[in-house]
Design a protein around this ligand. Structure first.
Ligand SMILES: Nc1ncnc2c1ncn2[C@@H]1O[C@H](COP(=O)(O)OP(=O)(O)OP(=O)(O)O)[C@@H](O)[C@H]1O
Ligand SMILES: [Mg+2]
Length: 316
């Protein structure tokens, strides 16, 4: 029997009350899974529902419909007293703004001890030693343990946050725009660190971002979202040549090279998809060159185009 994926989300839906009383669907019937040691990149423009998915996985908000499975166990309806052991112990999250995670007057070392002590993995004294090892693991000097958060640069802070996230050996690390606020060269260093840690510790990543070039550099598979729905999922290395969904193609076409380093930059025209999300059809249909009448009426179901390549479009 093959091993259950570390994370599987099935037909997730999240509706928020809209301003006009009608529900607004931030996430519409999204399914994907990540095997142990895998990294899935979730991309899509601002407001498409990426963070809402992360918030449902970490129990910050409940799904309206659908289920979330960790290591083969449905955590969607577990009682509150099991959340610490079955969710917080297994899933760690790193956000865009590292400073917001720290307590301003807590030394870095103490901050790093917290997860280990909270989950009963180590005594405070042992955790103090472990904090220094963790700092070195993320390529920072152990002497930073005595510093205060504001004495570190943004890049150093994010390394510390990553160190704390991996300190408890989580089953899944969710990185939500974790490198987006960093300067390009600092960002590259943190991405390389994440790749090294993943290999060394066999970590499983859900890497969320809006910059396709960044996401594909770290993810082995890419899942693209548009206005709450999944449009396509395929291996990163096949993205450019084999993506077929009209929205993914549009995203790829808007990638262009600037500067002498050949760094890829994504420019995605921002648009208001909220009207489409109200309807039952594909949210991209109003802008899609291939849209047919039926696209406006029903949300296309995921279809396996070929091994490892899922597309949610009836027209390709
Ligand atoms: N608590 C809430 N109440 C109402 N609407 C919400 C709530 N949280 C999110 N939304 C809406 O749901 C949609 C998806 O938001 P979400 O934060 O998941 O987007 P995102 O893809 O993470 O965007 P970004 O790239 O800007 O971080 C947005 O339209 C947002 O305004
Ligand atoms: Mg977000």
């Amino acid at each position: 029997m093959s091993k259950a994926p570390v994370l599987e989300i099935r037909n997730l839906v999240k509706a928020f009350p809209g301003t006009d009383g009608e529900p607004f669907y931030a996430v519409r019937d999204v399914s994907f899974s990540i095997p142990e040691g895998g990294s899935l990149g979730l991309v899509g423009e601002s407001g498409c529902g990426k963070s809402t998915i992360a918030r449902m996985i970490t129990k910050l908000t409940d799904p309206t419909e659908g289920s979330i499975w960790l290591d083969g166990e449905d955590i969607s309806h577990i009682p509150a007293r099991q959340v610490k052991q079955k969710v917080y112990r297994k899933v760690q999250m790193v956000f865009q703004d590292p400073y917001g995670v720290f307590s301003p007057r807590m030394p870095i070392g103490t901050f790093l001890e917290e997860g280990l002590v909270y989950h009963g993995i180590m005594s405070r004294r042992e955790a103090g030693e472990e904090a220094k090892r963790l700092l070195e693991l993320v390529e920072l000097p152990a002497s930073l343990a005595d510093r205060m958060p504001h004495q570190l640069s943004g890049g150093q802070q994010q390394r510390v946050v990553i160190a704390r996230a991996i300190s408890i050996h989580p089953r899944l690390l969710i990185l939500d725009e974790a490198t987006s606020a960093l300067d390009v060269s600092v960002q590259q260093g943190v991405l390389e660190l994440l790749m090294r840690l993943q290999k060394e510790m066999n970590l499983t990543y859900l890497f969320i971002g809006h910059d396709l070039a960044v996401v594909r550099s770290i993810a082995d598979r890419i899942a693209v979202m548009y206005a709450g729905q999944l449009t396509e999922e395929l291996p990163s290395e096949r993205l450019t040549a084999q993506a077929v969904h009209p929205y993914t193609r549009r995203l790829l076409d808007s990638v262009f090279s600037v500067g002498d380093k050949g760094r890829k930059v994504i420019s995605i025209e921002s648009l208001d998809a909220s009207q489409a999300v109200r309807g039952k059809g594909c949210a991209f249909a109003p802008r899609c060159p291939r849209a047919a009448e039926k696209c406006k009426k029903e949300l296309p179901a995921p279809r396996l185009l070929e091994e490892g390549h899922i597309v949610c479009c009836g027209q390709v």
